[in-house]
Design a protein. Structure first.
Length: 261
């Protein structure tokens, strides 16, 4: 069974749904109209362009090109996470890039080599698609984790310094902030994981079913990608924060004031 194609006329009806949020924004004077138009335009443009690119990327299926594109995706995710974390990019770029790169690549290669029966671990439709799904969740987790960690430290600077003055090591003094930031970063993924299949059908499963696969196969793919998301998200958040400590603290273990934008 093939996926039913959506015509341009049908896409027009899909965009017509925006009449509802537009009407509500006008009625209650929400300041969302410009953002709604901007986000819709940007989403549509980006997806059309990436759709054209992926068509040829899957056709070529060259391991080097696939790896290069995944690296570009990681770079974009790194810039996005730092931009939304209110920390200067010069302090977080390298730690975030290393964390995103290793956590995403290792999980994708693990899944492609041991879990999903692919012809090649660098096959485009698995490397790029799975990598994109992992990066999207790593991005969200890192924004929450990094922001929480450094903002809490800035707000509780005196308590942190007091703990240091009592003779605690830097890591011991940072541990409560570290624990809280990682827990908050993982909460959305874990909450979604716990209610999956009951509250809502997840996107991966829905896409596989619409693609013509039976529900049993779709469920297996969904479980695989969710496990990969949790692992890559937690790994990237933990490693990003740990690797950033040397960049964001001075030799005495004091948080640098110039790291914030």
């Amino acid at each position: 069974m093939e996926t039913v194609n959506i015509s341009l006329v049908s896409m027009g009806f899909a965009f017509a749904l925006l009449i509802i949020p537009l009407g509500l924004s006008l009625l209650f004077r929400f300041k969302l109209i410009n953002q709604l138009f901007y986000s819709t335009f940007r989403m549509t443009t980006q997806l059309v362009l990436i759709g054209i690119f992926l068509k040829y990327l899957f056709k070529w299926d060259n391991p080097l090109i696939n790896f290069a594109w995944l690296t570009i995706m990681i770079l974009v995710a790194v810039f996005s996470s730092i931009r939304n974390a209110s920390i200067k990019i010069s302090y977080l770029f390298l730690p975030a890039f290393i964390s995103f790169f290793l956590s995403t690549l290792l999980v994708v290669l693990y899944l492609n080599s041991l879990v999903i029966p692919t012809e090649s671990i660098m096959e485009a439709k698995y490397l790029i698609v799975l990598g994109g799904m992992l990066l999207g969740n790593c991005l969200r987790g890192n924004i929450i984790g990094i922001s929480t960690f450094y903002n809490n430290l800035r707000q509780n600077d005196k308590n942190y310094l007091y703990t240091l003055s009592l003779g605690a090591s830097q890591f011991k003094a940072l541990l409560p902030y570290f624990q809280k930031s990682v827990e908050l970063a993982l909460k959305p993924s874990l909450a979604s994981m716990a209610t999956m299949g009951i509250v809502a059908l997840p996107g991966m499963m829905t896409g596989v079913i619409l693609g013509g696969a039976d529900p049993e196969t779709a469920i297996k793919y969904q479980i695989v990608i969710v496990l990969g998301i949790v692992v890559s998200t937690m790994t990237s958040v933990v490693s990003t924060i740990l690797l950033s400590l040397k960049m964001c603290f001075d030799q005495y273990g004091i948080l640098r004031k110039d790291i914030f934008r």
